[in-house]
Design a protein around this ligand. Sequence first.
Ligand code: SAH
Length: 350
Amino acid sequence: MTPEAAYAYLPDDWTRICKEAGLPAFRARQIVQGLYRDRIASWEALTTLPGAIRTEFAGRYPLTALREVARTPSSTDGVTKLLLEAADGERIETVWIPADGRITQCISSQVGCDMHCVFCASGQLGCVRSLTAAEIVAEVMTAAHTMGALPNNIVVMGMGEPFMNYDAVIRALRVLNCQQGLNIGARHITLSTCGIVPGISRLAQEGVQFELSVSLHAPNDALRDRLMPVNRRWPIAELLAACDAYTAATGRIITYEYTLVKDFNDSPTHARELIRLLQGRRARVNLIPLSPVAEFDGETPSNAACLTFLDLLLRSGIHTTLRRSRGKQADAACGQLRLRKLKESADGQS
Ligand code: SAH
């Protein structure tokens, strides 16, 4: 195995690495504590390790650093979006969402996205590259450092399609989850997919308890085709079959995300169609009023339309929530801050 950046390794990996380097097992424990309990900023700071090992490991297993290049704080609700820059200059977003005394961090899995959902700013420019496992962990480490706290919940709902970067994402989430790592409970870690069926099937076999959300956004293929090109590859029936198999294998209930777009998928007829689709399934629904993006001409439905939709689902017995509109000032829709900064720098050059 070629050496990777330090945050890509689980405690067991450090035990093996130390063994191979002829070091006693307690060195592995010191390293893991240094990384995740003390959150050292460099190997130099890990003073419990002999200097020669520090130097050697710093060369072989670098500590991934992401640089904060912009921050959009939202004065009213405390939602803060950070724009972070990787070593190669690529930029990703992560969002810090305090609520009810807990902190949720929304992290990215790719620089951009190739799925091209029409309402999503992340996908407008395609996917530049996937993030490494260490970079994904570093999103949390960097935010913990600059925000001065650790998140209680992680949602992989930032830029990118996590199942198009399956191995790195799962590795990173295992590091965040493991007890000697950041010890964030599996049920406090949520992955969201646009509906990559092989990814859902793989996660079902993974033996982890992460939460799974699936972006459905439409109650029939004709509408979903128009919002999400991925639907042409894995239409609704195939997607729901994979979700049912996931629930059967794991016992976990899937949350279906449904972005409400005015006069497109937000009528009572659409709500009833959605009910027919999900009734009898173990499912939850999270309604998200569209967050307007310049690149898509859809509009946010009225509050009344959202509440009517919510009410119909609730009456049918489907556990449904309506996401409060938060982080508007933070350019909180996926990829908006990065896109704005890219455009600003393009304007600056012209
Ligand atoms: N690639 C993953 C994570 C994306 S972001 C996925 O597709 O699930 C999390 C959710 O926000 C997804 O359901 C996504 O479709 C939705 N979303 C993206 N842009 C949005 C916008 N402008 N308004 C409302 N929801 C949006």
